[in-house]
Design a protein around this ligand. Structure first.
Ligand code: F6R
Length: 607
């Protein structure tokens, strides 16, 4: 995800900007750039590649870039490939901006500006904001920014400089993070605290729609109506490593909490006129509707995301979907060919088995679509079409936010596929898309009430074995919950289709074998409850994960985790959060190395 920095003070800002950007490298990026007030104007240097490449370019081509006020950026490509021209800052000799987030209505604004004679160089959504600022600019930066904010939709953190106001930076944010650091006669903006820690520990958290003005080393913050605010100055007491974790104890917990944003960033650029649109990836509704069969091939958590995908695509679009573990698929001589679509799902885009399965599918004549998080990774490059998930870098070995964005993409594919195959109406497609858009807020609520999951973890911590049960979509979620728990807590656990329990496995149930029953689907609720009762009747402890409006008696479960309600079909988007948190807190209580569990690697590039 993109990183923003800015500096106003008395020191040479080029060095400070470069140094601060390097502290945001952990966010992942494919290009970098800075714009500095220099020699009476704004000078920009930007390049595709690493910060080291930017330094080299500054030394060789922009050595006159020196001043005491400027902005900088690391870009994680969303709109438009990684390239010099798509890198930030964007703008002209008068106005320059850096942006983190996604402008959803950028095409409309772009069309408006093109009609007024503007010519666009890049494929980015950000350039439309730079040009819209230019369009409205009348000598009053604050008023111009307010006008622009009134027109742009989506998420943004913006750093803006105007040639007419050297030694001044404007900054705003909505749904993307931004802090304002203050030192002695100097001020900073940054996407995250590590970027400024070397210079100051004091900072303001910029809230939604607030506008910061950094002028001659001082920072003032206004509300959206222009009223000056008295804000609490915070002091970071973390070391650098803790700062990169954003104050969370582990990357895994940080990444679990990043899920609402990751989902927003992944779905919002792909919604057009209220329904999913993947045309930027070369996947039109007609093309999607014409496939004969769909295969999903992946490993581990990504494969579990595929299971949710199978369920929703089959349910809504009535087209068969086969889900395979990549290491099995590549050796089972699969019956695939022309007219089939093979979807490869991978966070890293480097998983050896998934990559080989992709190559095999291509050799057999199938079309391939990659759902991948890491831009430019091998799977992304090899596939015929790519849908990038915008989760940002996932550092913890246990995958969390990548799973959520993968299933979000599957929902969007299912809605579009169902609509294009005339299985649902346009109204229903719009309604479902709107429900998906409501997920981040609901997920945010769940993440705030983590106490119940902490308590459940305390009940599981001494167990050596555990069962997860569920039916339908809940079975797919049970698999993910079980995998998460075993990989980081080292407690042996199995997931079972709830109805299968009595065909053998129930003989394992004793009071020392807790069972987590996932029962979020109303039509299957009573069935799963019956299975939970069978467990209770044999002395087992049951923890039930269900919608909060369902009644659960003492004969069914010992503990209930109640989730806010949305359409049953979309419940997996919420259900996964408590399962991740239970695994996380159990691992913490057992004193394990949560982010780096034993024997595991983040990217499995060997067979
Ligand atoms: C589990 C986990 C793994 C990965 C699997 C595939 O938490 O992280 O099961 O999901 O190794 O990795 P990617 O998605 O990179 O292909």
């Amino acid at each position: 995800m993109c990183g923003i920095v800015g500096y106003v003070g008395k020191r040479d800002c080029t060095q400070i900007l470069l140094d601060s950007l390097s502290k945001l490298e952990y966010r992942g990026y494919d290009s970098a750039g800075i714009a500095v007030f220099s020699g009476g104007g704004i000078k920009t240097c930007k390049t595709m590649g690493r910060i080291a490449d930017l330094k080299e370019k500054i030394n060789s081509e922009c050595s006159d870039l020196c001043g005491s006020c400027g902005i900088g950026h690391t870009r994680w490509a969303t709109h438009g490939e990684p390239s010099d021209v798509n890198s930030h800052p964007h703008g002209n000799a008068e106005i320059s901006i850096v942006h983190n987030g996604i402008i959803e209505n950028y095409q409309k604004i772009k069309d408006f500006l093109i009609k007024r004679g503007y010519v666009f160089e890049s494929q980015t959504d950000t350039e439309t904001v730079a040009k819209l600022l230019d369009h409205y600019y009348d000598g009053d930066p604050m008023e111009t920014i307010r006008k622009v904010l009134g027109e742009i939709e989506g998420s943004y953190a913006l750093g803006i400089i105007f040639k007419d106001f050297p030694d001044r930076i404007y900054a705003v944010r909505k749904d993307s993070p931004l802090i304002v650091g203050v030192g002695e006669d100097e001020a900073f903006i940054a996407s995250d605290v590590p970027a400024i820690l070397k210079y100051t520990r004091d900072y303001y958290l910029l809230e939604q729609d607030e506008i910061a003005v950094l002028d001659n080393g001082k920072a003032q913050i206004y509300d959206k109506h222009g009223a000056l605010l008295e804000k609490e100055l915070k002091t970071a007491d973390w070391d650098m490593e803790a700062a990169e974790k954003g104050g969370y104890e582990h990357f895994m917990l940080k990444e679990i909490n990043e899920q609402p944003d990751a989902i927003r960033q992944t779905i919002s650029p792909r919604i057009s006129d209220g329904i999913p649109c993947f045309e930027e990836c070369g996947l039109t509704a007609e093309k999607l509707a014409a496939y004969r069969n769909i295969f999903v091939v992946a490993c581990g958590t990504a494969m579990h995301a595929g299971l949710v995908g199978k369920y929703v695509i089959e349910k809504l679009a009535r087209i068969p979907v086969t889900v395979d573990v990549a290491s099995e698929f590549r050796y089972r001589d699969p019956i695939i060919g022309e007219g089939d679509l093979v979807i490869i799902v991978s966070q890293s885009g480097e998983t050896a088995d998934s990559l080989e399965a992709l190559k095999l599918s291509k050799r057999r004549g199938a079309q391939t679509l990659a759902i991948v998080n890491v831009v430019g990774s091998s799977i992304a490059r090899e596939a015929d079409m790519v849908i990038y998930t915008h989760a940002g870098p996932e550092i913890s070995v246990a995958s969390t936010k990548a799973y959520s964005v993968q299933i979000a993409v599957f929902y969007m594919l299912a809605f579009l596929l169902a609509y294009s195959r005339k299985q649902i109406s346009l109204e229903e497609c719009k309604r479902l898309t709107a429900v998906l858009e409501s997920v981040p807020e609901k997920l945010g609520e769940i993440l705030k009430s983590e106490k119940t999951c902490q308590f459940v973890a305390s009940q599981l911590v001494n167990s050596e074995n555990l069962l997860y049960i569920g039916r339908g979509l809940d079975y797919a979620l049970s698999m993910e919950g079980s995998l998460k728990l075993k990989e980081i807590s080292y407690i042996h656990s199995e997931s079972y289709a709830a109805g299968e329990l009595k065909h053998g496995t129930i003989s394992l149930v004793t009071e020392s074998m807790p069972v987590i029953a996932v029962a979020t689907q109303h039509d299957l609720f009573e069935k799963t409850v019956s299975n939970a009762k069978e467990v209770k009747a044999r002395g087992g402890k049951v923890i039930i994960v269900t919608q909060e409006d369902t009644e659960v008696g003492d004969d069914v479960a010992d503990h209930k985790i109640g989730l806010p309600s949305i359409d049953d079909l979309l419940m997996p988007m919420l259900t996964v959060a408590p399962l991740q948190l239970i695994a996380y807190y159990t691992s913490v209580l057992r004193g394990n190395d949560v982010d780096k569990p034993r024997n595991l690697a983040k990217s499995v590039t060997v067979e």
